[in-house]
Design a protein around this ligand. Structure first.
Ligand code: 2AM
Ligand code: CA
Length: 249
């Protein structure tokens, strides 16, 4: 990723961050999507449109896959943006201040460049393949702690209630082995926490590619490992489980 494109992307994503940080709460227009606890707001759509238009100007050849409807068919050839305009939509609706924008630039099946922005803390996590991972201009690394000295993060895949029992059973097992568990409500920010060494392991039984594509490169470039719970490489053409961890676990 060339420096000037990188800077333009950072600018665009930070502008989107300002939009979600200061919404007009009378104009959020919450709509239900398929499944329980699955919502979209006018801000998800506003930010997705702004990202799509801005990224298309910068990268006219790249196809765009966004959580809120702009979904071109994914193949392992060519350039794609895989984008979550607001990851942690329920948090956004509740003003819980734990949401982010997640953008992955994928080339021939692998993420080449990734940005996740938390506007509430002004933390821009990013990674360029082969060059390490950063939070703003500081290099980040996964922690060296094992599970017994670790914090475990997990998501509850709330749109698939049939997975809830298994999620909480696994969380209980990890809770017994680790220092403690946490649940943020944003898969992308959980992956950044693993990358920054703030927590040691993260799992969720079902996620969509826009929830993990960017975070996957950021964790890997920070020295961590991201697989499905079966140990497979996560793919971008369908949903899958995610397990992210440092190399001590
Ligand atoms: P969202 O907020 O953008 O909708 C919460 O568990 C995290 O996982 C959030 O990142 C949420 O994304 C995503 N998520 C929750 N349930 C999911 C499901 N069943 N399938 C895919 N992604 C899900
Ligand atoms: Ca999401």
């Amino acid at each position: 990723m060339q420096q000037h494109n990188r800077e333009s992307m950072f600018r665009l994503i930070k502008e989107c961050g300002e939009i979600i940080k200061n919404p007009n709460r009378n104009d959020i227009n919450i709509q239900e999507k398929a499944g329980p606890a699955n919502f979209v707001t006018s801000y998800d759509l506003l930010v997705q449109n702004k990202l799509r238009d801005g990224l298309q100007l910068l990268f006219p050849k790249a196809k765009f896959i966004g959580e809120e409807g702009d979904q071109e068919t994914y193949t392992e050839k060519g350039e794609y943006f895989i984008v979550d305009p607001i990851d942690g939509t329920t948090n956004f609706i509740k003003d819980y201040q734990m949401s982010c924008i997640s953008v992955a630039y994928v080339v021939d099946g692998d993420v080449d460049f990734a940005v996740i922005y938390n506007p509430y803390l002004d933390e821009l996590f990013w990674a360029n393949r082969g060059e390490g991972a950063y939070c703003n201009d500081k290099k980040i690394h996964v922690s060296k702690h094992d599970l017994s000295n670790g914090i475990v993060l997990f998501g509850t895949s709330p749109y698939d209630m049939d997975l809830a029992k298994k999620s909480f059973e696994m969380a209980y097992e990890y809770f017994c082995q680790a220092l403690d568990i946490r649940r943020s409500g944003s898969a992308a920010l959980d992956l950044c926490a693993i990358a920054a060494g703030r927590a040691e392991l993260y799992f969720e039984l079902i996620l969509s590619p826009w929830d993990y594509a960017a975070g996957m490169l950021i964790v890997e470039e920070a020295g961590g490992i991201v697989t499905t719970l079966d140990g497979e490489k996560p793919v971008f053409n369908k949903r899958c489980s995610i397990l992210a961890r440092n190399k001590k676990i």
